[in-house]
Design a binder for this molecule. Structure first.
Ligand SMILES: Cc1cc2nc3c(=O)[nH]c(=O)nc-3n(C[C@H](O)[C@H](O)[C@H](O)COP(=O)(O)OP(=O)(O)OC[C@H]3O[C@@H](n4cnc5c(N)ncnc54)[C@H](O)[C@@H]3O)c2cc1C
Length: 282
């Protein structure tokens, strides 16, 4: 018989993680789908369950040393409504799921689920977010690009949980996000593209670009971004072909029920071209 733990404190949750092998449930919007059973039957959990979605200590949103700290149990709706969260972080979240799912689902859940099509991941990679992992033995911080090792795989240890996501804050006047799915809401991405940039006097000072759904993890490559940095608007077009080739080599898209590898590759490179040609040239 599977046990369900609902601790009242973070310390209690960490103790349970140490003493029992547990499946963490946060908002449950991925977990409940994964373990769903026949109509009217309880979910088919393979181990004890630890519910962390109500822990007050994981519900905070604060700015700490220039970084936005988002507690692991903050729902996507709470994030969208919070005045401390800048629009360039809200943009991809607004297009995730539907209001009902956003009222339950969390950013930490999207990160820890580590799906190649997780819609927050390109934004988290581009903004160089970090995950804070806690256990009874202490905490450690990992860049999200290290925390996720492959599709559905992370460095989370059995006695740990993610307590917060830290996102360095900056001023990005140029923000571009496109999600390509089968419909407007409740659609898992076929492809997605997130980019932010800073331009001064018509010259690119910084740019961050990340793709979703074209490889086991989100794709971001600083060497490609460097090709655009210090480029003036007039020189942008000349860089498109090189970047299409370089990014194309980093992609390893899947053929699955949602889309074909060829479509994912073509549409992602078109979004890159649109960002460089229109988003950056603005
Ligand atoms: C109808 C529907 C539409 C959806 N649409 C989208 C969409 O458009 N885009 C998208 O990206 N996703 C979508 N999703 C997937 C899901 O809603 C998101 O991934 C959501 O962010 C998951 O958050 P959660 O808190 O519900 O995670 P949960 O289901 O609670 O957990 C997900 C995984 O993360 C682990 N986990 C959660 N929190 C922690 C933690 N703090 N520490 C360690 N491990 C943890 C869990 O053990 C589990 O493995 C959709 C789901 C549904 C059902």
């Amino acid at each position: 018989m599977v046990k369900v733990f609902i601790p009242e404190t973070l310390e209690g949750a960490l103790r349970i993680r140490t003493l029992h092998e547990t499946l963490i449930i946060n908002g449950g919007t991925d977990v409940m789908v994964k373990y769903r059973c026949w109509n009217g039957m309880p979910p088919n959990f393979s181990m004890d369950v630890l519910h962390i979605g109500n822990l007050a200590e994981l519900k905070r949103i604060e700015i700490v040393e220039g970084k936005l700290m988002i507690g692991a149990a903050v729902t996507l709706s709470e994030l969208l409504e919070h005045p401390l969260v800048p629009d360039y972080i809200k943009l991809p979240i607004r297009q995730m799921a539907s209001p009902a799912i956003r009222n339950m689902g969390t950013l930490a859940g999207n990160l820890c689920n580590a799906s190649s099509s997780g819609d927050s991941l390109p934004m988290l990679y581009a903004l160089e977010a970090e995950a804070t992992l806690a256990s009874m033995h202490g905490t450690r911080k990992l860049p999200v690009a290290q925390f996720i090792t492959f599709a559905k795989q992370t460095l989370l240890q059995p006695d740990e949980l993610v307590t917060e996501i830290m996102i360095p804050l900056s001023d990005f006047p140029i923000v571009y996000y496109r999600k390509v799915g089968g419909r407007k809401v409740n659609a898992i991405s076929k492809a997605s593209f997130y980019a932010v940039a800073i331009k001064k006097a018509g010259v690119i000072e910084d740019v961050r670009i990340a793709f979703g759904s074209v490889a086991p993890t989100a794709v971001r490559d600083r060497a490609c971004e460097e090709i655009l940095i210090r480029t003036s608007e007039a020189e942008l077009d000349a860089k498109i072909e090189t970047l299409r080739t370089r990014y194309g080599e980093l992609f390893a898209p899947l053929n699955d029920t949602r889309s074909t590898a060829d479509y994912r590759r073509r549409v992602s490179l078109q979004l890159l071209e649109d960002f460089i040609g229109r988003g950056l040239a603005k």
